[in-house]
Design a protein around this ligand. Sequence first.
Ligand code: ADP
Ligand code: MG
Ligand code: MG
Length: 874
Amino acid sequence: MKKYVYLFSEGNANMRDLLGGKGANLAEMTNLGLPVPPGFTVTTEACTRYYQDGQVIAPEIEEQIYEAMAKVEKIVGKKFGDMNNPFLVSVRSGARVSMPGMMDTILNLGLNDVAVEGLAKQTNNERFAYDSYRRFIQMFSDVVMGIDKNKFEKILDEMKEKKGVKHDVDLTADDLKEVVKRFKELYKQEMGYEFPQDPKVQLLEAVKAVFRSWNNPRAIVYRRMNDIPSDWGTAVNVQAMVFGNMGNDSGTGVAFTRNPATGEKKIYGEFLMNAQGEDVVAGIRTPEPLDKLRETMPEIYNQFVEIAEKLEKHYRDMQDMEFTIERGKLYMLQTRSGKRTAAAALKIAVDMVAEGLITKEEAILRIDPKQLDALLHPTFDPEALKKAKPIAKGLPASPGAATGQVYFTAEEAVEAAKQGKKVILVRAETSPEDIEGMYAAQGILTARGGMTSHAAVVARGIGTCCVAGCEQIRINEEGKYFTVGDRVFKEGDYISLDGNTGYVYGEALPTQEPSLTGDFATLMEWADQVRTLKVRANADTPRDAAQALKLGAEGIGLCRTEHMFFDEDRIPAMREMIVARTEEERRKALAKLLPMQKGDFKALYEIMEGKPVTIRLLDPPLHEFLPHDDEDIRSLAEQMGITFEELKATVVKLQEFNPMLGHRGCRLAVTYPEIAEMQTRAIIEAAIEVMQEKGNTILPEIMIPLVGEAKEFKYVKDVVVRTAEQVMKEKGVKIEYKVGTMIEVPRAALTADEIAKEAEFFSFGTNDLTQMTFGFSRDDAGKFLEEYYNKNIFESDPFAKLDQVGVGKLMKMAVELGRAARPDIKMGICGEHGGDPSSVEFCHRIGLDYVSCSPYRVPIARLAAAQAKLKEKK
Ligand code: ADP
Ligand code: MG
Ligand code: MG
């Protein structure tokens, strides 16, 4: 029979896929001889089986659970369901990778109306017993039965108010008895039946709830954001309870072996005395720094530090640990690789190489390329920052600089972000329901909670700036405003957050561009030594190109020429060209554009100093350049000296039902070869002039878009070559240049061998290729893709993460066909995917020469390319 349940003593850290991260590490710690309360893990396979069986737990799994329970009972010398000396357990979820706050834990399971009395007698602590029971009822009701936990909080708050106390710990045993009574009444009212008294029923229901939570909407969103497949499932850990709420010699806390915000090598943590479980992270009371424990319980502190060091050496990585002290005895409840900010990740990786703990290659593999994004965002302009006066200060929970408009709920934040606004989410404290709002926000500000609060942990994980526990602000969620002192900030008002200092500013502060220095630069150097895939940038302007170079780009993989025509002083000439009635008129307008275009290219070449520059000929449908409402058409007609009717007719004529599949790309050059001629002339003349002026060798790569047929490519290529030769003859100079194509129409991929006979390079335009392979428009798909995620049809956005199965198959085919026809053909990718780590890895595997992405993603692509190379070796 298949084994679905493992005692902690039967597992180890390598069994993460089966036992989940938490279970595997509990097993590992157990085997290291650390003080871990005993327990067992129900495997991820049991979760998968639960879903296969139609959301029921198979009898054989149930049996294995009871067998394991019996063994643990032996170890602790108590019996589950014993009314005099009850054995209590926690039921904890744990998937292969940690998903913070996604799935909830139930503590003190096994208590009921009789056992609570037994527990009180046994421990001689009635207050403790009823505190444990009320927590259990609350967690069970919330996590297992889905009863709104606020209803319980309300009862507790009423009780505290009635008794005139501020904190839970100030309630007496009798108060808590009353709370328990009211909790059970609430349960009955909500469910229609009594709170379950049979511990076995409690246990099975809890296990099922953990399995169910794998598919709750928060978990699904998190998985999508983090590329976690839905079929992994979660494991369930059942563990003997230890109690941090037994009095003032007890407590609970969390700690990191190094500072998760900065990476500093110093143990870092928080704890609360006389508290249980999530009290530390829930922001109920403000926790104390770990250093305080050194003063109050030096032995425990020393023991803990020793364990922490042992764990870090053992795992050779920074650890995030949870511990509980029960009556002066330390227990370890969890360890895992700690989440850290990008800056901390870099520092820790570089430091650990210096300490001899890991190799450079391991350091490269340790950094999540996506996380670097956080360091590639602007920071506050130091001058402006110096002048600005903060309105409040909270904890610097997740670094970065954020400026945006204030919103008070996750939904409104998401809505505002959709409208293109920059959003600061302001909450008393965040909870897992807020996750989408947190993703949508530039920054997060909370009034409560510490450095390990939900807001802080999640923000660091997703690289969003966060200031937590800012107690000076008073939030009125219903009124949609917050106050600080006598200032009022309403929904939509601007504020700025500095995640490095914790300061909050009551205004929008200007920001500045990021740069690569320190540990970041060191790690990038290591990555460059390893990778074979080149990294270029998509850049249309000298400014973008300069930024790309600073971030390590080795060339320009895509310069979109149309962006150059939208400028106010240029668009008139462009429009003239479009509405021209004859070739002659068109050539006249193009002649006006030529010097501007040439100037743009010269500026780009000068900045790139001889590095390759791929320039794409005009691509979008022409009507994009024309005005659309009558008033604008009238004023343009006037400017151009033609009648309104005539211009209107042109606009109407250019309209298409399906412009993305319409008259665009190389089709423009087929109908108006003079456009391609002008652009080629600008490209070649600029190259010759820069060579003569600066002495750099310029190798222009002229890229023809939207090709689907070899003859079509050949036609445009002939125009380009003819013009280039003409220009060189005029100038009396010969230079090298290449003519190639985008592969973005499926037919181009299918006939890549034919096309490669003519094309000297391929660049995969995976935005259009994805759009055309799936047959849905990038601009509209967002409207229905949401349902595809919810229904598990798609796990991720194919426009963000390359569809390797379908679109990737076309790419692979095109690479093979292209190489067979022209062995030295150069190949790259210039779609959005060029900066997505898993897509970069795919590009490496199919043998592309380079990826090209937006300037800010260049470092991400450099690291992903190095990782791809290292993974290939394995
Ligand atoms: P999460 O994955 O959200 O961190 P955990 O399973 O780690 O959830 O549980 C949350 C908290 O509950 C732990 O940090 C710990 O304080 C408490 N807890 C879990 N199991 C036990 C136990 N057996 N005894 C005491 N406290 C526990
Ligand atoms: Mg939790
Ligand atoms: Mg935990």
